[in-house]
Design a protein around this ligand. Sequence first.
Ligand SMILES: CC(C)(COP(=O)(O)OP(=O)(O)OC[C@H]1O[C@@H](n2cnc3c(N)ncnc32)[C@H](O)[C@@H]1OP(=O)(O)O)[C@@H](O)C(=O)NCCC(=O)NCCS
Length: 169
Amino acid sequence: MASMSLVQILKIDFSVNFRKGKYIVGSYRIANYFAQHKHKWARMLGYPFIKYYQYFIVWHLGIEIPVNTRIGVGLSIGHGVTVVINEQAVIGDYVFLRQYTTIGNKQVGSGSPIIGNHVEIGANSVILGAITIGDNVVIGAGSVVTKSIPSNCVAYGNPLKIVSKTIIN
Ligand SMILES: CC(C)(COP(=O)(O)OP(=O)(O)OC[C@H]1O[C@@H](n2cnc3c(N)ncnc32)[C@H](O)[C@@H]1OP(=O)(O)O)[C@@H](O)C(=O)NCCC(=O)NCCS
């Protein structure tokens, strides 16, 4: 992803989202692009856009994805309501976040999850702590995830049940 231009990343993101998701993910990408830019002049130029993102997307839509959170290409936001992600979380390529997903730490200042590629997260899921979610993982609706999940698994429930099978192609 490091070698891809913003336009290339946006094209991929748009291809995996419907209208509201395009608006949210597109806004995040542009805000993230400016916030992470190596040149100070670009960060200053992007400052109004970052403020727009924080006001409309974070405050009003409740999509709390901090501008500095590292997220791979092909981020998909289902329904576009209430998602909370810690700034320290790391999210891979082609991750699908459904409504009311929380990805964060167990206590203020402790570690946050690292999520792999091609991960689909069910509605109302809570993923907490310094854990790792592998590639090609499906997390069921309403799951509470506090331990790592290996690649190619379906995991669901509270307490979490991990089943070794792949649903995502
Ligand atoms: C986890 C999931 C992918 C599993 O799908 P599946 O493999 O077809 O699972 P099945 O329906 O065959 O169920 C298998 C077992 O898991 C249980 N199960 C499935 N999803 C579960 C969940 N989210 N929480 C708790 N148990 C769950 C079923 O009750 C069943 O239990 P049993 O074997 O004791 O009867 C799916 O159920 C899910 O939660 N998807 C998230 C989708 C979502 O969030 N949609 C919102 C749309 S707006």
